[in-house]
Design a protein around this ligand. Structure first.
Ligand code: NDP
Length: 490
């Protein structure tokens, strides 16, 4: 088993008739075609009884629904698409696939299918020799706990060497997430203060103001901890908490991130609040007595020299007050209170990474208000805003995997170490607490963050700020001022 160095000479995607293909994969392939990056045969495999024409029609619908307007690029994509129909549990499906692939020597097999079928498809590929010289791209979730992730690793490793396995966490393909890594290590001013001596606490919020959108049956097997905390949020934490990579190249980044996952203290039930929005149990595919959490708030510690004692307050949820992704890194307040308005740890400086729906980085500092009094306001220096030209994550990820570049994928060690952190609380936890749609989750979650001033609430619809400007900003509900704010804290 050796890993191919060459660019993939075919893309096979299992799950061609599925939801992910419709929402993400066809638009990504179309964008790659428009960029001149797609010049290999693409074979869709599913069991809908479709023809090649049906697959192309699905691709057309999907591309149009996602804003694709480049007819020439679509014609090129359509010319590359073929379809193989069959059940993944049936060996003859893979025989037909091998025929459809002709002489391809380095196909990339993308498993955009329910995780319960990953092993079946890998066995099918191996059975007809389609794993030789090939790569495999595995959708998330990679396992549903530590044990199942290890089992899956064994199955995948039986057919593919580690360098040929591409585990997707599509968050890693987002520009704003890549910028966390860049911003930290392309700037020298951060490193001296990026540690427990200067940072008080860190908060990460990934909130959605919508529900499970018809995917209740899937969500019943996942929940917020598995679906978002263990992967997307932990990846954000790892990028913020990692040591500087030892050398240039993504292998060093993978190693540094893996060390963070290994240093994360396994969660205990007392560090977790689970919630479920009112109405979730009425969703199609959801059990009438479901205890699956649609909200999770976590207090995490990283037992490392750099981060000992610094709490990482993490939360995610559906049907919350806003759709917003934000990271707040709060610095410690000055050691001596010289001004009345910097009392009690309020108004500490912070670095804010807005991840969605817009992308920006802001540094907040206090500035004196004109007049006789020594009082001031918190002002933000906004450093970066979103570019409308950004590539979609799936476009980056597919292009990377086909080129054999594992920079934006997760490693075996990281995946297993991350599962280890949540493994106990996946089983041992309090019942999910009800919360009303449109709120920030169950009130009980406030207790987790209370010693650090409560949760910072992301602005609901921030206006993109011009690059490098100063603007008045965050206040906390602990403060009594009614000043117009871009941020609040509760
Ligand atoms: P769907 O259930 O919508 O699609 C499943 C696909 O697998 C269909 O194409 C289906 O084909 C095919 N399939 C299922 N069983 C068989 C079988 N026995 N033989 C042949 N084909 C089969 O799943 P999603 O697209 O939602 O999810 C796919 C993967 O992507 C999952 O791992 C999921 O966790 C991940 N993912 C999905 C996201 C989303 O928004 N949908 C977001 C992030 C990750 P057919 O119907 O023709 O039988």
């Amino acid at each position: 088993m050796t890993a191919p160095k060459a660019h993939a000479d075919a893309l096979v995607f299992f799950g061609a008739s599925g939801d992910l293909a419709r929402k993400q994969i066809f638009p990504a392939l179309h964008a790659m075609a428009a960029a001149g990056e797609l010049n290999v045969p693409i074979v869709g495999v599913a069991s809908s009884g479709w023809s090649g024409e049906d697959l192309r029609e699905r691709a057309r619908e999907s591309v149009l629904a996602h804003g694709g307007t480049d007819d020439e690029a679509f014609a090129h994509l359509a010319s590359l698409l073929t379809y193989v129909d069959g059940d993944y549990r049936d060996e003859s499906t893979f025989v037909r696939l091998r025929d459809a692939l002709g002489g391809a020597k380095h196909p990339a097999h993308y498993l955009a299918i329910p995780p319960s079928l990953f092993g079946t498809v890998i066995a099918g590929l191996k059975g007809v020799g389609l794993h030789e010289g090939a790569r495999v791209i595995v959708e998330k979730p990679f396992g549903r706990d530590l044990e199942s992730a290890r089992e899956l690793d064994v199955v995948v490793a039986s057919a593919f060497p580690e360098e040929s396995i591409f585990r997707i966490d599509h968050y890693l393909g987002k520009d704003e997430i890549m910028n966390l890594l860049y911003f930290r290590f392309a700037n020298s001013f951060l490193e001296p203060v990026w540690n427990r001596d200067h940072i008080d606490h860190v908060e990460v919020t990934l909130a959605e103001d919508f529900g499970v959108q018809g995917r209740g049956a899937f969500y019943e097997s996942a929940g917020a901890l598995r679906d978002v905390v263990e992967n997307h949020i932990f990846q954000i934490v790892a990028l913020l908490a990692m040591e500087p990579p030892a050398y240039q190249g993504y292998a060093a980044v993978q190693q540094a991130k893996e060390s963070v996952f290994r240093s994360m203290r396994p969660l205990e039930p007392s560090c977790l609040v689970r919630g479920q929005f009112d109405g979730y149990r009425d969703e199609e595919g959801v059990a009438a007595d479901s205890d699956i959490e649609t909200f999770a708030a976590v207090r995490l510690f990283i037992d490392s020299w750099r981060w000992e004692g610094v709490p990482w307050l993490l939360r995610t949820g559906k049907m919350l007050h806003a759709t917003a992704g934000e990271v707040m890194v709060f610095f410690k307040r000055p050691p001596q209170v010289l001004f009345d308005d910097s009392r009690d740890g309020e108004n500490s400086n912070y670095l804010r990474f807005r991840l969605s729906p817009i992308s920006e980085i802001a540094l907040a500092a206090r500035v004196k208000t004109p007049g006789e009094e020594f009082t001031g306001t918190q002002q933000e220096f906004v450093l970066h805003t979103e570019s409308p030209l950004e590539r979609a994550p799936y476009e980056r990820l597919l292009a990377g995997a086909m080129a054999g570049d594992s920079a934006l994928f997760t490693s075996r060690g990281s995946v297993e170490a991350a599962w280890r952190v949540v493994d106990d609380v996946l089983v041992h936890h309090d019942a999910a607490l009800p919360y009303a749609p449109g709120t920030w989750g169950p009130a009980e979650a406030d207790a987790l963050a209370a010693p650090w001033g409560g949760w910072h609430q992301p602005a609901v619809s921030p206006t993109p700020s011009p690059t490098a400007t100063a603007s008045p900003t965050a206040q906390t509900t602990a403060q009594t001022t009614a000043q117009t704010t871009a941020q609040e804290k509760s």
